[in-house]
Design a protein around this ligand. Structure first.
Ligand code: MG
Length: 376
């Protein structure tokens, strides 16, 4: 790329109305949305200044980012009443020959996309990342489809959008000169098209989503947990697996009811919650847990997840047992665990494996289980 400088405007003064919570301050993997967005631009050659334009409620979020990145040239400004008024105000701070304008709510923008936009803008004077729609497109009027349209003629527009600073400033000033409203425009490419010329496009990135409503953030804080347990099989004990009594002449030796699958599941739940293991929460030296129904301990472990604002959305269990066959019990086990986890039984999967005659499992001396959970 030729040796030109870019300033970056991060437009982050929106009201997050469709999200229902302040999305700039949302935590995604230990960082706020806004911090992650800003960091995407840090360390890219030819970027000079980063201007974060925020509403009053996020001034401190933005100032924290600036103070954590003291070596960067970060400026915090106040946004306007509309997206384009925010950009208009922030453009006053731009001093580089080129400018990138980016949505604060697109934290997953890649450095590659940013560089592609810079490269194209430095040659053509403008650069807009676009995606071809994957779904079929139709024209609608109210709740009726009225026409088919050729989707090859349409694209979805992303950010960052890059421009020669002088041109985009001129385009914004023209809106004021024409006494039009900033609120009538949804992005800069629309303004550039109206007042300057047809902007150039580059290929956008599907991962560069704009966080808009709660479905966009579902799963972003997903945790995974795994657990394992083994018990000896002895006469005179009952065999309880996944909360279900299994008919067999041996049972698992334990301080509690010896439900090896639920113990593995409890460890998986505690691990997803970032907690220590079952032994530290339910010590087998404590008489309180003697013969206890393991589903009670599982419910307590689930409370630990709840404290982290997480819940199990899928559980997968593997039981290792030579005899008896568990196939007939598995449907009821899935229902039982689904009820405790408060998820559909279809999201609890249980498979049973023998030890093929090998080791303690194969010799019928022990029962073991692995469990894994997804929590979000
Ligand atoms: Mg155990």
């Amino acid at each position: 790329m030729k040796d030109v400088k870019f300033d970056v405007i991060i437009a982050a003064a929106g009201k997050s109305e469709r999200m229902g919570v302040n999305k700039m301050a949302l935590t995604i993997s230990h960082q706020t949305t806004l911090e992650r967005t800003v960091e995407a631009f840090i360390g890219i050659e030819n970027i000079d200044k980063i201007i974060i334009a925020v509403s009053d409620e996020n001034i401190n979020v933005a100032k924290d980012i600036a103070s954590r990145n003291k070596n960067e040239n970060i400026v915090v400004t106040k946004g306007g009443k509309s997206r384009e008024e925010t950009v208009y105000l922030a453009l006053k701070e731009v001093t580089s020959e080129y400018v990138l304008i980016h949505d604060g709510a697109r934290p997953f923008v890649s450095k590659k996309l940013i560089k592609d936009v810079m490269e194209c803008a430095s040659i053509d004077g403008s650069s807009i990342p676009v995606l071809r729609p994957d779904d079929s497109m139709r024209r609608v009027d109210g709740d009726k489809i009225t026409r088919t349209v050729n989707r090859d003629k349409y694209c979805l527009v992303q950010t960052p959008q890059g421009f020669l600073t002088e041109s985009i400033k001129m385009a914004f000033n023209s809106i004021l000169n024409d006494k039009k409203s900033f609120a009538d425009y949804t992005d800069e490419s629309e303004i550039y098209l109206e007042y300057i010329r047809e902007p150039s496009v580059v290929l956008g990135d599907k991962r560069n989503i704009k966080l808009t409503d709660p479905t966009d953030i579902a799963g972003l804080n997903t945790k995974v947990g795994s657990g394992y347990d083994i018990h000896a099989l002895v006469p005179g004990r009952s065999l309880v697996i996944c909360g279900v009594q299994v008919d067999y002449h041996l049972g698992s030796l334990a301080h509690s009811d010896g439900d090896v699958a639920i113990h593995a599941l409890i460890d998986a739940v505690l691990s997803a919650a970032g907690e220590l293991d079952i032994g530290s929460h339910f010590p087998d030296s404590d008489p309180k847990y003697a013969g206890i129904d393991s589903t009670i301990m599982l419910t307590e472990a689930l409370e630990k997840l709840k404290e982290k604002n997480l819940k199990v959305t899928h559980a997968s269990i593997v039981v290792l047992l030579e005899k008896p066959k568990l196939a007939d019990y598995i449907p009821i086990m899935r229902v039982k665990l689904g009820n405790v986890l408060k998820i559909p039984s279809s999201d609890v999967t249980i498979s049973a494996k023998t030890g093929e005659g090998l080791g303690e499992i194969g010799e019928g001396k022990a029962i073991a289980a692995y469990a894994m959970v997804i929590a979000n």
